[in-house]
Design a protein around this ligand. Structure first.
Ligand code: DSN
Length: 415
């Protein structure tokens, strides 16, 4: 029985874990930043690697007994470098936020100027939000989607960069469904003498599987999480060109973090190996095909998608024309067994707690083996849920149909 030790030691936590397993199995996980990692990655995270301090780097530790931790961390480093064609990788950041913190402080001083994306236009809190360390410690100017094309246009960014003279330009997003042409961003950065950074947290798995262009050699510094499309454990990685290698390592430790989470690093090593496989490549291709199918279904049901569609694993639905807020849509979808998150849309009139949008992603449902047929069904469920928002009988019916799909694509069947 899975979690049998937890059951013995702490029945309350056990109960919650058991219920969470059922929740994951019996609902459609469509939060674009979530995924179902492999049992091997989960074994690593629950392994004896959690027992050790390993401050420092492979071969240069501040604690004895690190021989096997060195081996595991070196595997993770080498695999990250190979997968993303990076000169250097530090696999110790505990999260994407930590990775971004380390990246900024590897190339900048507090108070320096950064040009990054505005949160409601697809950026992340760590891209300069005033409530985040980034907005408090650095001077951000922020760019937005082009009003006509609804894309980030390097020409617009160049105009702002010439005016603002940032030391660092940031590309890479949390809610932007289009491909990033890194070479165009390089040209902008070169024009104003800025460092070019990419936060590829959302698209790392797509990049690894060649479903999205590589940030190197165009970028100087690249951060990612390991648990989104990459389907690994929760955590972060910073990669960079040789020029910034020493500074990145020093900033992560001792600059910012203490002991690395070696059990998570073991999970990262495994996930990075999995991401090199032909099976992962097929998975990532299907993630993108599924996003296309879902986007098409939603648009043919009258939904407006920001940028008019998707090239990636996610889409941002602007609900203004449906007279429903993101907050209401999130609750309604949860009632029928679909998990998604409310999200700001460009020029949103609602607050971040309400919003006018909903973000949908296909990475997790694709990990269950779902394909375009299921996406069309799910698009139709979403549409019906919005149209029959006050009809309890309809919503019960949709919930049963969601459950049928979930049963046809079992999650963690061996647990
Ligand atoms: N919080 C993540 C997301 O949902 O996109 C980004 O780190």
């Amino acid at each position: 029985m899975l979690y049998s030790e937890i059951q013995k030691v702490d029945p309350e936590v056990y109960e919650s874990l058991k219920n969470e397993l059922q929740r994951q199995r019996n609902s459609l996980e469509m939060i674009a930043s979530e995924n179902f990692t492999s049992p091997a990655v989960m074994e690593a995270q629950g392994s004896i690697m959690t027992n050790k301090y390993a401050e420092g780097l492979p071969g240069k530790r501040y604690y004895g007994g690190c021989e096997f931790h060195d081996q595991v961390e070196q595997l993770a480093i080498d695999r990250a470098k190979a997968l993303f064609k990076a000169d250097h990788a530090n696999v110790q950041p505990h999260s994407g936020s930590n990775a971004n913190f380390a990246a900024y402080f590897s190339v900048l001083e507090a108070g320096d100027k950064i040009l990054g994306p505005l949160l409601p236009h697809g950026g992340h809190l760590t891209h300069g939000s005033p409530v985040n360390f980034s907005g408090r410690l650095f001077k951000f100017s922020q760019y937005t989607l082009n009003q006509d094309t609804q894309r980030f246009e390097p020409d617009d960014i160049l105009e702002i960069a010439r005016r603002e003279k940032p030391k660092l330009i940031l590309t890479g997003y949390s809610a932007y469904p289009r491909k990033i042409e890194f070479e165009k961003w390089r040209a902008v950065a070169d024009e104003v003498g800025a460092v070019l950074m990419a936060d590829i947290a959302h698209i790392a798995g797509l990049i690894a599987a060649e479903q999205h262009p590589q940030p190197f050699p165009h970028c100087d510094i690249v951060t990612t999480t390991t648990h989104k499309t990459l389907r690994g454990p929760r955590g972060g990685i910073v990669m960079c060109t040789e020029k910034y290698a020493k500074q990145v390592d020093k900033t992560v430790f001792p600059g910012f973090q203490g002991g690395p989470l070696m059990h998570a690093i073991a999970g990262k090593a495994i996930a990075l190996k999995e991401a090199q496989s032909a099976e992962f490549r097929k998975y990532a291709e299907q993630v993108v095909k599924n996003a296309h199918a879902l986007a098409d279904e939603l648009m043919s049901n009258g939904f407006n998608l920001v940028t008019g569609g998707t090239d990636s694993h996610l889409m941002l639905v602007n609900l203004e024309s449906k007279s429903i807020t993101g907050k209401e849509a999130e609750v309604l979808l949860e009632q029928v067994g679909i998990t998604a998150n409310k999200n700001m849309v460009p020029d949103d009139k609602q607050s971040p707690f309400v919003t006018s949008g909903i973000r949908l992603g296909t990475p997790a449902i694709t990990s269950r083996g779902m394909k375009a047929d299921q996406m069309r069904q799910i698009g139709e469920f979403i549409s019906r849920t919005m149209n029959y928002r006050n009809d309890e009988e309809q919503k019960r019916k949709i919930k049963n149909e969601v459950l049928e799909i979930c049963k046809a694509f079992p999650l963690y069947p061996d647990f």
